[in-house]
Design a binder for this molecule. Structure first.
Ligand SMILES: [Mg+2]
Length: 298
């Protein structure tokens, strides 16, 4: 992943802003020239834009029990307003698509596409499509309890069966960081043995099919929709492939913006982003502003 480009200094950024990006609130002004160009392109041609958003930590506050996650108040209103004004609005999540739709209350967002399991499955118009899970997932399901026991997994370690993938959560243990360090080697070994990927996240490791990530999902949807500009917003290291995809599209001359839903837990994504907003509340504020701005332009 390329780090975010340094700005040209306050003077250069100001000149760029006055040329291409009038009336951008300071909270939503990308700090990089490439990000500013991406936002300007999105505002200029929203019907050719793809806006992709992660769910947990981006549209919904992180909670100890992932089953208790709910969209931030105002998220659905903002998404509904934005959905009518941009070419493609998508949620790209590690969750099952159906859970994101349910927990997010997203079923009534017009035209929304929800790519679940990092793009393994797709929800659109109330229908879910996905290929069958690879055999390695069934093997992990069978072997994981014994492995966790043998590795000395501490109380509070919790396994989430997503159907196509299996996540081991450490957030509810007494020392999540220590639990992650303890279990990671065994989980990586098991994943490799069964031909799966061990993807770390926020106090979680997910064992899932290889070659499936948010970057591949974002690029595939971008191509399918014949989009011309992209914005992606995430909060976690699982979103890094999507940030990388935006960078690769920019290398091809396609404008794009990366937005980080700020969090104290993961700084790597913030460092690589064009714009950092203040968690799910900041993301919703950005979506609200975008919808208002695009509505006004019509
Ligand atoms: Mg997230």
């Amino acid at each position: 992943m390329k780090p975010a480009e340094a700005g040209n200094g306050p003077g250069g950024e100001d000149r760029q802003v006055s040329r291409g990006l009038p009336d951008i609130p300071a909270d939503f002004l990308p700090r990089t020239a490439a990000g500013q160009a991406g936002l300007a392109a999105l505002l200029a041609d929203p019907q050719r834009a793809l806006i992709g958003l992660d769910f947990d930590g981006t549209l919904s506050p992180i909670v100890a029990d992932p089953r208790a996650a709910r969209a931030h108040p105002g998220a659905v209103t903002a998404l509904r307003a934005l959905a009518r004004r941009v070419g493609t609005l998508a949620i790209i999540t590690g969750r099952q698509a159906a859970k994101a739709v349910q927990y997010g209350g997203l079923a009534d967002v017009p035209g929304l596409v929800v790519l679940g399991h990092y793009g393994w499955e797709r929800w659109a118009d109330g229908e879910i499509t996905s290929p069958p899970a690879p055999p390695g997932v069934a093997a992990v399901r069978r072997l994981l309890p014994g492995m966790l026991s043998a590795a000395g997994a501490p109380p509070g370690t919790w396994t989430e069966d997503k159907g196509h993938a299996i996540a081991v959560h450490m957030r509810r243990t007494a020392d999540p960081a220590a639990a992650l360090r303890l279990l990671r080697p065994s989980l990586e070994k098991l994943a490799a043995q069964e031909g799966l990927l061990a993807q770390p996240g926020k106090m979680v490791i997910e064992l899932r099919p290889r070659g499936i990530d948010k970057g591949a999902a974002l690029k595939s949807l971008f191509s399918e929709r014949a989009s011309r500009v992209v914005l992606f917003c995430g909060d976690d290291i699982g979103d890094i492939p999507a940030f990388t995809a935006v960078g690769e599209l920019r290398d091809q001359g396609i404008p794009g913006v990366t937005v980080c839903s700020g969090s104290a837990e993961v700084n790597e994504l913030a460092a690589a982003s064009d714009l950092v907003v203040d968690g799910p509340a900041g993301v919703v504020a950005l979506l609200d502003w975008l919808a208002g701005r695009l509505g006004r332009a019509r």
